[in-house]
Unconditional design. Structure first.
Lengths: 297, 714
């Protein structure tokens, strides 16, 4: 695997100088200072390309756009615009979660579209469970109608890491029974980025119920760490820029149909760890250990 | 104070929490999520606790098969559970007297169920169903600093399941040998911002089977309970939690009154039994306020009423109702004893004494002659109603403030007021009350990643004894967050109860038939009075301990060495014929304890507890209870396909002078019913010893008992 990656990197280096300058269009329905900064940072990374931001309403139909341009779409609304037309330039879709994409596409992966998942990679999160809680074997997983499709994938990935998924369907946040039954048969709770399950209204109940049993929540995203989740991997702008830079250097034909970011960090809640008696090395070290593990795979 | 706190907490999660960084990073959206596990809500890790704590979690409680709280406590090392009979049990930690268990604090969701009037915990009457308990935390050691007087030797903290975690319907029925018949029904429901749990339950059994002399032991119990717990979020930072608990039942007691005079009473003249009707009512209201993530407080008020109603008809020689004999007893019980001894030996002369004593004794002897039946050698008797009704009530109000000054320094402070009232014609000649104020504060300071210093004190003052200050200081060395060594020094007190200190014990007897010496109601001659000047019992405790969790192995371990000294100990048994409580005794306890909880893979869990105790007691009554070796061992296994089993062993080499060994086996099968489940379980208890349980009368016909239960969760 490592050999393959090295070869891929060599190919990339060999092709990079030959890659012609490209028109890169970033589209998002929300224009914010943070977005502008992202656009300018990407432009700085790609001095030979022409990077510009456009609101979807300013864009013509995808098919009408130059086929040698590159589209970078941010968010589900921009994806909806793109899905209205099967033609168009090669497109990288960011800030889209597995659940959001599944609602729109099911298992389909349209050509010319590369989905870059915003939610943490499940294998990475499971590995984080192993790193932080080596004794945990039964990983509790809640799922809703929207996230049901993830269960089997998680089961396989967990089994590969010596973990067992215990999954409970939780269709109604107002009914705590599935949550409590799940916690009764789990050593740790793994959150998936499904707003039907984990949202500002439900998170208090989830965290108090798991904490009362001294069980940690891993994930669903770094945004939940402050609320009381123990730890999660995440990718910030720097990580995404590194990933984008790598992909944009490749001919679009080599882009994967979907991918989790290669670059990531870890964020943990030290106070929660201390209360649970969990030895926590610093987040940088946790991320490094995950990266080492992924390199070995 | 809130402003510097916010600043100190800002670095909690680094750049992610600061607005500037969020504005710069497109992929770290500002969070709209509430901070749930705040610095004030988080609890200490086991290795950082300033003492030893046993936790009985819901899985363990269920697996134990226990039907009562005291039976559960057998799992806690050093906890000595001794039934007085089938419906009354005492629980002591390490030692003192099996007759009384005055030195533990017991709380149900923060409400003390320790009866201050009579210094006892009526375990079987606590209005809480085992099925409603989420966990029991037992702080093994003095903790007056946190819980006030009476948390002298240990604190048992019973936490019921939050309404939020109790949704749905649960039904359970239990039937078995020895008249076991229990039931439980609860329903939980949630709405926007609120949750409710209503539980109804009942329990019944026949108690022990026979006394030491082989006669039937009438000591069964029957009870029913109602519990309502409601929580309501008022807004993002405030919530209310209120509870109602009602318990009603009857505890069987034989009419075991033994006349002191020779009489020839017929069985139909008196009641065969003298059952206690026991009712407990409690209500509590708690207001939680999160001022900010590092500062929270709560105010909790509790109102409770205990009723023990007992009235029965008994017979006694009419001479017992002689006012002169009563006066003579009040002057000198010893003189009356001497008079009695003279009578038994056929000496009908008053013993030597003061002229008043001799004059009274002469009058009593005349009364004796007048009621004597020379042919039978008995005295004329009368039968009347004795009423031992006791009503106690308590109102208490506590405000507790938790302030996290920084990531490494937390303060918990509070103020508490308690008003206790006891009402008993027999024991207190009416009503007594007591007001108690306490002020407490403790700090928790993580000096660095290894050293943790915790200290605090409680100042307590009531209108019956002098004020007391109970300090505690603990130093933990955390080898890692999961492994800690600790050195703890603490002091604690127990206030004498109203009865010990201010008893006004006398028996007014009503409806005497026939009239006794011309009286249809009269006072029984013997009486007793509390000394009124008893001081608090004082304990000094030293503990050296280790707590560790080996995450790789799934093993948690707690070890401790202890040396406790209790001085000013009130040991004397309290009898109406012999009522002389004093602060003259002491009890020293030392030993070692260990507790292990080991999850071996997914299927198995082992749990071991062991206590080795040596003691030195000045009063004989404190030398009976403590076993040198005691402990428990449990093996919980999940066999797959929804079958599970648990096997527990409990043993003590000499529990109140009797060997105790028992094995409990529970086998359960769970059946999935859609989203619900049905659990069928059988429990077999097998005694391995062949001795009474704690006291000579506590005997079963069979060493084995079996019961089954069916529990439905929907």
């Amino acid at each position: 695997m490592r050999l393959f990656k090295t070869l891929a990197l060599l190919c990339l280096l060999a092709t990079a100088p030959l890659a012609p300058a490209a028109e890169i269009i970033i589209a998002s329905s929300h224009d914010t200072p943070a977005l502008q900064r992202f656009v300018s940072d990407l432009a700085a990374r790609r001095p030979d390309d022409h990077v510009q931001f456009m609101h979807p309403s300013q864009l013509s139909t995808p098919s009408a756009m130059p086929s040698d341009s590159r589209l970078i779409l941010l968010g589900a609304t921009a994806l909806d615009w793109r899905l209205s037309d099967p033609g168009g330039p090669p497109t990288l879709v960011m800030q889209i979660s597995r659940v959001q994409a599944h609602k729109r596409l099911g298992d389909q992966r349209p050509a010319l579209l590369t989905l870059l998942w915003s939610d943490p990679a499940p294998a990475r999160q499971l590995r984080l469970v192993r790193q932080l809680l080596p004794q945990a074997r039964r990983v509790g997983l809640l799922y809703s109608d929207d996230s049901r499709f993830l269960v089997n994938e998680l089961r396989h990935q967990a089994a590969a890491q010596g973990l067992a998924i215990s999954a409970w369907y939780w269709p109604d946040n107002g009914d705590s029974r599935p949550l409590n039954r799940l916690l009764d048969e789990s050593d740790v709770l793994l959150g998936v980025d499904d707003p039907a399950l984990y949202n500002p209204r439900s998170i208090k109940g989830v965290l108090l119920a798991s904490y009362s049993r001294k069980l940690a929540l891993i994930g669903p995203t770094a945004a939940f760490i402050r609320a009381g989740s123990l730890s999660s991997s995440y990718s910030d702008q720097q990580d995404w820029l590194d990933d984008l830079d790598r992909l944009l250097a490749l001919p679009p034909g080599q882009w994967p149909r979907e991918a989790y970011p290669d670059n990531f960090k870890v964020l943990s809640n030290a106070q929660v760890a201390r209360s649970l008696g969990i030895e926590l090395s610093d987040d940088h070290d946790q991320a490094q250990r995950l990266q080492d593990w992924e390199s070995d795979q | 104070m809130a402003v510097p706190l916010r600043i100190s907490l800002a670095p909690l999660l680094g750049a992610l929490t600061t607005g500037a960084a969020l504005a710069e990073d497109l992929f770290l959206a500002p969070s709209t999520l509430p901070e749930v596990l705040t610095a004030t809500r988080l609890q200490q890790a086991p290795a950082a606790v300033p003492g030893s704590v046993s936790v009985l979690d819901s899985a363990l409680i269920r697996a134990s098969g226990a039907r009562s709280l005291p039976e559960l406590l057998r799992l806690v090392p050093g906890m000595l559970v001794v039934p007085q009979n089938g419906n009354s049990t005492t629980v002591n930690y390490h030692g003192s007297s099996a007759n009384q268990a005055r030195r533990l604090q017991v709380l149900v969701d923060g409400r003390s169920v320790y009866r201050a009037g009579f210094a006892q915990v009526d375990w079987n009457d606590i209005p809480v169903a085992i099925e409603d308990i989420e966990r029991i935390e037992v702080f093994r050691g003095p903790n007056t600093v946190s819980y006030g007087a009476n948390a002298l030797m240990a604190v048992i903290n019973i936490l019921t399941r939050a309404p939020r975690d109790s949704h749905g319907t649960r039904l359970k029925a239990t039937q078995g040998e020895r008249g076991i018949s229990d039931w439980y029904a609860s329903h939980g429901h949630g709405w926007q911002g609120g949750d409710l749990r209503l539980s109804l339950s009942g329990q019944q059994d026949d108690g022990f089977d026979h006394k030491a002399d082989g006669s039937d032991f009438r000591d069964g119990q029957r009870l029913s309970r109602l519990n309502l717990r409601v929580s309501q979020e008022l807004d993002a930072s405030q919530s209310l939690d209120w509870q109602l608990a009602l318990k009603e039942g009857s505890n069987q007691i034989d009419n075991h009154y033994q006349p002191v005079f020779p009489i020839a009473a017929q069985p139909w003249e008196q009641d065969g039994d003298s059952d206690v009707r026991a009712r407990d009512y409690a209500g509590s209201l708690r207001w939680n306020l999160d001022l900010d993530p590092s500062h929270s407080l709560y105010v909790q008020g509790n109102l409770q009423q205990w009723e023990r109603l007992r009235q029965w008809r008994a017979c006694e020689g009419q001479l017992a109702f002689s006012p002169e004999l009563g006066q003579l007893w009040a002057l000198s019980p010893q003189y009356v004893e001497q008079l009695g001894q003279n009578l038994q030996t056929g000496n009908f002369m008053p013993p030597a004494g003061t002229s008043e004593q001799v004059a009274l004794a002469t009058r009593v002897l005349q009364q004796a002659f007048a009621t004597l039946n020379p042919s039978q050698g008995t005295l004329a008797h009368s039968c009347g109603l004795i009423n031992e009704d006791v009503r106690e009530s308590r109102f208490d109000l506590e405000i507790q403030d938790t302030l996290s000054l920084s990531d490494n320094l937390r303060l918990v402070s509070g103020l508490r007021y308690q008003h206790d009232r006891a009402d008993s014609d027999v024991y207190l000649d009416g009503r007594r009350s007591r007001d108690t104020w306490s002020l407490f504060s403790q700090f928790e300071w993580h000096i660095d990643s290894h050293w943790l210093l915790q200290g605090g004190a409680m100042l307590e003052d009531d209108n019956a004894t002098s004020p007391s200050l109970s300090p505690r200081l603990a130093l933990n060395y955390l080898i890692t967050p999961a492994h800690g060594l600790r050195v703890v020094y603490s002091e604690a007190v127990r206030s004498p109860d109203m009865f010990e200190n201010h008893a006004d014990w006398q028996y007014p007897v009503r409806d005497l038939h026939p009239a006794a010496l011309g009286q249809s109601q009269a006072r029984y001659f013997a009486s007793a009075h509390g000394p009124g000047n008893l001081e608090q019992e004082r304990m000094r405790s030293r503990e050296l301990g280790y707590n560790g969790r080996f995450a790789d192995l799934g093993l948690s371990l707690d070890l401790k060495l202890f040396y406790d000294e209790i001085d000013n100990l009130i040991s004397e048994p309290l009898k109406v014929y012999d009522f002389m409580p004093s602060n003259d005794n002491r009890l020293h306890l030392k030993g070692a304890e260990g507790e292990l909880d080991w999850r071996l893979g997914l299927q198995d869990r082992l749990r071991l507890g062991y206590a080795y105790i040596e003691f030195d007691a000045t009063h004989r009554i404190d030398r009976r209870l403590t076993p040198r070796h005691s402990g428990s061992a449990g093996w919980l296994r999940d066999w797959g396909h929804d079958w599970s089993s648990s096997l527990f062993y409990y043993g003590a080499d000499s529990l109140n002078q009797y060997r105790f060994e028992r094995v409990d086996l529970r086998l359960a099968k769970r059946l999935r019913l859609g989203s619900g489940q049905l659990e069928l379980a059988g429990v077999l208890q097998q005694r391995l010893d062949d001795e009474p349980l704690g006291w000579p009368n506590n005997n079963y016909d069979e060493r084995r008992v079996f019961w089954i239960s069916a529990g439905l969760e929907l």
